[in-house]
Design a protein around this ligand. Structure first.
Ligand code: GLU
Length: 339
């Protein structure tokens, strides 16, 4: 029989902690965030996205990590309060909103729940069911954005902003520089939307869909905000700080399932294997991961890997899953073991 793989253990808690502190999850995570900062701040891999010109200007040295626990306690490290644009992570919020507003059947007619195995902006569709593969790739997200309710662009934008505010507990805004930069170069998303129209999946308001989608991607957040969205999802849709129900619990289950299987694009299988947490990345450099029963994690660091995901963001999640035992199928997290 093959031997059990030995656990990587590149760090430990300080020796002078009491047994009680050593058993506290908060102590572990607090010390761990500092350790991650030490480990990855100087990492020099990847590059900020440049297909959206305004994103190429991001400072590659920025690195922030935030955790929000289910009791509403924040832990932060580094550049956790630096602002950036949410990009694809917005798909999580819009998918939940569409489910809650229209129900599963209407939403799933537009976007299924199968990983596409393709890049986030691939021009591919689920031909058998005439829909996008899932709501986390651009084709699916554009189809979901078209479900925003309202008679005018302003009303539909407001419905979107209100949904974000319910998760975050504060108003949000669209970064106009990133929005304009992305809209001017959004030829591929426009092409995908035209194909969605030709297939009868979305309404024929092509420019409006692309505008609203680009606005949702240009919403300004911080790593702390991402941790708040993730913690809200970990808490059955209730923001742990404000107590507001941002999303109905049944829809949370759907959103988390799709995040787990499709949230990291064509790295999703590897992600479930290595990290085992529902997560979503964005080309602005943000990553959020839901820590069921614990809270939410948000990471910001602009340099991206070939999948369009933050390099430091992936490292943080991989280490956290491995060393703190956060993987969904982890049999024994460290704080449950005897010190
Ligand atoms: N706004 C980006 C796009 O549509 C989002 C992609 C991403 O963050 O993965 O290309």
């Amino acid at each position: 029989m093959a031997e059990q793989p030995t656990r990587r253990r590149a760090w430990d808690l300080p020796r002078d902690l009491t047994p009680e502190q050593r058993r506290s999850r908060r102590t572990w995570i607090e010390h761990y965030l500092v350790e991650l900062d030490r480990r990855y701040r100087s990492l020099d891999e990847g590059a900020p996205a440049d297909y959206i010109p305004a994103l190429a200007l991001a400072d590659p040295s920025l690195f922030g990590v935030a955790v929000l626990g289910q009791q509403g306690q924040h832990l932060r490290c580094g550049d956790a309060d630096v602002e950036f644009t949410i990009q694809s992570i917005s798909k999580v919020v819009l998918y939940g909103l569409a489910l809650e507003t229209w129900g599963r059947d209407v939403v799933h007619e537009r976007a299924g729940v199968e990983p596409s195995g393709d890049r986030f902006n691939a021009i591919t569709f689920d031909d058998d069911d005439n829909r996008a593969f899932n709501p986390m790739v651009n084709a699916g997200a554009l189809a979901i954005t078209d479900l925003l309710e309202g008679d005018t662009v302003d009303e539909r934008l407001q419905a979107m902003l209100d949904a974000f505010e319910r998760y975050l507990g504060h108003p949000v805004e669209v970064d106009q520089t990133v929005y304009r930069s992305e809209l001017e170069t959004a030829h591929r998303n426009r092409a995908i939307t035209h194909l969605l129209v030709s297939r009868g999946i979305v309404s024929d308001r092509v420019e409006e869909i692309v505008e609203l989608y680009t606005m949702q991607c240009s919403i300004v957040v911080t790593a702390t905000d991402l941790a708040t969205i993730a913690a809200t999802l970990a808490n059955a849709g209730v923001n742990p700080v404000t107590g507001e129900q941002a999303l109905a619990a049944w829809a949370v289950r759907d959103v988390l399932s799709v995040m787990l299987t499709c949230g990291m694009y064509d790295y999703s299988g590897e992600w479930v294997y290595r990290v085992g947490l529902p997560a979503k990345s964005g080309v602005g450099g943000g990553v959020l991961a839901v820590l069921p029963g614990i809270g939410g994690l948000g990471v910001y660091s602009p340099p991206l890997d070939k999948f369009g995901t933050s390099v430091r963001g992936v490292k943080v999640c991989e280490d956290l899953a491995e060393e703190l035992g956060m993987h969904l199928f982890e049999p024994s997290p460290p704080w449950t073991r005897e010190p």
